[in-house]
Design a protein around this ligand. Sequence first.
Ligand code: LLP
Length: 431
Amino acid sequence: MISDAFWVNQDGRLTVGGCDTLALAREYGTPLYVMDESQIRVNCRNFLNAAYNGYDGESLPIFAGKSFLCKEMCRVIASEGFGLDVVSGGELYTAAAADFPREKIFFHGNNKSDAELTLALEENIGRIVVDNLPELRRLSSLAMSKNKTADILFRLKPGVDAHTHDFISTGQIDSKFGFAIETGEAFEAARTAAELPYINLCGIHCHIGSQIFEPEPYATATKVMLEFMLRVKKELGISFSDLNMGGGFGIKYKKSDTPPPFAAFLEAISETTRDFCDTHTLSLPRLLIEPGRSIAAPAGLTLYTVGSVKEIPGKRTYVIIDGGMADNPRYALYGAPYTVMAAQKANHPATQTVTLAGKCCESGDLIQEHTLLQAVAPGDLIAVLATGAYNYSMSSNYNRLPRPPVVMVENGKSRVIVRGETFEDIIRNDI
Ligand code: LLP
């Protein structure tokens, strides 16, 4: 299987967290998001161990909440000792509602509103990651009005090509995120920050992209970031405590995917940091990384029920399910690959090539095309694997479809952690 979270039991049925998927579907209905708590914790610990073993300085892995956030996820992540990356007032509000340790919250985003910045200041979060000069100035005056110093990082563009999908590649100069290093923009911004009151520039951050399979771009980006750090120290006399290298560590969606172990990414970052700091007698910064997908995706799957199977002679076979792009827009957006299986027949050979289509009123509402699947009929259960990241968090009410519930499973037990929406929820804000 593509993740240790998923097993086939002796009856040939797919199980997750010790729970039979058929029993889950019967109890909670479909579509259903299922997350395996043990797998989330295992994924967290892999990062923690890799970070602690491979680096002499301080380090803190931070979970990227955009990949999957709800109050229970905040609790699980906090109990593993992780920090949290939030990217909106809504995510920050969720974290605060779950009582996430504020000093471990990092607030990203390329256009934070005054209200969001004010909330961040009031909540005394660990770091605000400043994206641009207008934001820096607004933050300085908001902090002044509250008589609080804002501890900030700068979001920088290291100019590194991360070899991933264009839409999720962010480290290059033509990106809407952050200050460019190579044009001198970032350095000038650091000079400005040093002069602004109520601003404490503690370090720098970059995120070079997502679903990256090679450690090498991380090493390159780390070096560029450290060179910037050194220049700021030499020319402005500012020593940064934090180096935040973002997330983006690739995972297995298909059997053919071969991402390196997480530790390889961390090694690239920490070795580069150690060597550079040794050479230039810089003190080791606190090293931060921000995995999202690699924590949440392999821990989750989505269950659907087949409504119909349409064979179009000479064209293709559509297997049509009771969810679709409203609960998983990733194929429609990125052509994202997924492993798909008939959950009750997981040990049958996958003999037919099908298109898994959703129920939205839109031809592009597909979950996967040209994918191998066991022979299925209406009423059969379909599992789409590794949907724990960027599915629930990117879901919508398109066609006024209520969002499915999220169920957490562990050791054969299940509990709802996000209730499914009702039609009442759908019209709640209608006047
Ligand atoms: N840190 C920052 C600043 C980010 O922007 C992101 C993701 C992460 C960390 C976490 O990256 P991860 O480890 O999850 O790859 N919706 C797209 C992914 C967009 C990622 C955006 N930023 C998808 O479904 O593939």
